[in-house]
Each structure stands twice: as C-alpha cells, then as structure tokens.
Design a protein around this ligand. Structure first.
Ligand code: SF4
Length: 327
C-alpha cells in the first residue's frame, strides 16, 4: 500500500527543519515517517496526478517527477545536473539580534539628510535562469543540525526556489539518502480555485472524533479562505514555504456561495464570519496610499498584482470579519 504524506505539517517538514516542540532540528518527515511520497503546499494538482498514475497501475516508486512532491532517492534523478547552494547564496555570519524597540535600528527615518555614507542600491533586471533539469544541493541534515548559519542558508534557498515559473528542484542529504523536492506546482486559476471550494465538504469534524472538542475546528468553522499565497516574505512566517508567493484568488460568487453554505450547514452559526483570509488589502494599502512608500516596493507589488485575476471589492473594503443574516 503506497503511503503518501500531505497537509501543512508534512509540507513544512519536507526538509530538515527546526521543531519547536522538541527544540531540535529534525530530519525531513519523509525520512522519519518512511513514507513513499510527500505532497507539499496546496495539493490539488499533485494529488490528482499521483492518484491518476497510481490508478493506471504505475508503481509509487516510479512517481518521482510530480511538481509539489518530495521523494527519497539514493542519487539525483537521471538527466539532471546539480549546483551547490553555496554558489547561489553565501552563508554569512550571524548578526546580533537587534532590539526591536531600540533607537539604533537601520530605519530609513534615521537617515541623515545629505549623508554620503549609504550606497545606492541598483535594482537589476532578472537574468533568465537555467532552471530546467537543474537541482540545488542544500547542506545536509547533518550539517544544518550543527550549524545555525547553514540552517539559515538552507532555509533562504528554499524560500528562493518557490517561483513555479523558474524554481529548481532541491536535494538534501540525510544519511546515505537524499530528499528530492520537485519544483512547486503551477498555481490555480480563479475558476480552478472556485471548483476546489465548490466540492461537497461536510464542514464538520470526522465522526471518529465523537463529541470531543477540537480547538482548531473552533477557529476555522466560520472562517473562509478567499485567497492563497503571499509575497511578503517575512522571516518568521511559513505562508511562503507552504503556499508560495503568487497570490491566487477566488471569485466573489464562489465566496458568497461558501458563506451561504456555512449559514445552512454549520451548527452554531450566529451570523458572523470570523475570518476572511485575505492579505491583499494590507498590501494594496502599502502600495497605493502610504505617503512614504518606496518606488521599488510599489513596483514589486504592482508586478505581483498582475497575477491577481479576480478582485473582491466588497469583501476587501471591510474588515476581516463580516456579518451575514443567520438562518
Ligand atoms: S505578510 Fe503576513 S502572510 Fe505574508 S509573509 Fe508576512 S506574515 Fe506571512
């Protein structure tokens, strides 16, 4: 029986990672769980492909090339060439942690007028990447386990290789095997997102939980996911690692239909949608109305927003909670 891992836990644990609970760097869950395949990120495309290939009689051991999946291998895939990650990003020294309330932060507001000490940054056009059939060899688990700089370096490379249009495969040694991570899947279009969210979800916990209280369910049962992805790139956040940087949105009609489904199906609905997961208003605000916004930031936002095919003006004008009539 093939064993395929998925979900956000598997996704974020696909390479050697820091585990908060044990306060240790742990191996890829693919190694520890002895699974055949791991699907990371939002899994609709890889799940369908893997299911179809298995249904067609292909052995799980030969399904090694699906985007958004990771597998264990003894060597790199045939026909691929590797580049060492330290050629792409130089591991540096660990800077002391700045006091977030200190006055010595390198903030733009502290720049002395007329100072010549700062160097202008020239933003250069992207050079085309030769990503196809190229993998990046990350420092091994054994290395990142013992070296914080190499851990940070591996994490940085993982974040760099998240653009489905140009990302390379990643490979990280664990003992005598390698975790091979295929590039991310192509993001869903709005009509595809709508189709995913129109599936007949039960909207209640699995019956095996009985009457147990599930704290995570309390948080999400009146919550609606209206988009995916974030280009923010904040160091403490896992959204980019899981969903990528490209924003994918649902249509307004699809969202309204889900609100109605919650109203009609979810026990205890009081008329309040607790959360509309949408980062875009924040970024739009930064891009268009902040008087001190920088031109590079505005340009970056504008280019990312080209990917947003559907806007949800009614939703995003308001706060992240809305009230709808209860049944
Ligand atoms: S803006 Fe928010 S969602 Fe995006 S990376 Fe930063 S913390 Fe994460």
């Amino acid at each position: 029986m093939p064993v395929v891992l998925g979900g956000i836990e598997a996704s974020l644990r696909r390479i050697a990672h820091y585990d908060y609970w044990s306060d240790k760097v742990r191996r890829s869950v693919l190694v520890d769980a002895k699974a055949d395949l791991l699907i990371y990120g939002n899994g609709e495309r890889p799940l369908v492909e893997v299911a179809h290939r298995l249904a067609a009689g292909e052995p799980i051991s030969s399904i090694v090339d699906v985007r958004n999946t990771a597998v264990l291998r003894k060597t790199a895939q045939p026909g691929w060439t590797g580049v060492d990650s330290t050629r792409l990003d130089s591991p540096g020294r660990i800077e002391p942690i700045l006091n977030p309330y200190g006055e010595d932060l390198p903030c733009v507001a502290h720049t002395v007028k007329g100072s010549t000490s700062g160097k202008p940054i020239t933003v250069q056009a992207h050079k085309p990447k030769q990503w196809e059939k190229t993998y990046v060899l990350l420092p091994s688990f054994e290395k990142v386990n013992n070296d914080k700089v190499m851990y940070a370096h591996a994490s940085r490379i993982l974040h760099h290789e998240t653009n489905p249009g140009s990302a390379r495969a990643l490979m990280q040694k664990h003992g005598d095997r390698y975790v091979w991570i295929n590039p991310p899947a192509i993001p869903l279009q709005t009509d595809e997102m709508d189709a995913v969210y129109a599936l007949p979800y039960q909207r209640v916990p699995h019956p095996s939980y009985g009457t147990s209280r599930i704290p995570a369910y309390d948080m999400i049962r009146f919550s609606i996911n209206i988009m995916r992805g974030c280009f923010g790139g904040c160091a403490f956040c896992s959204i980019t690692e899981h969903e990528g940087r490209i924003i994918q949105s649902r249509s307004q009609k699809s969202i309204v239909q889900e609100i109605e489904a919650i109203r009609d199906k979810v026990p205890g609905f009081t008329g309040i949608i607790s959360d509309l997961a949408d980062l875009r208003p924040t970024f739009t605000c930064c891009a268009t109305s902040h008087p001190k916004r920088s031109k590079p930031v505005a340009a970056r936002l504008a280019s990312t927003q080209k990917f947003v095919r559907t806007w949800i003006p009614t939703m995003s004008r308001s706060s992240s909670s809305i009230a709808v009539p209860a049944p």
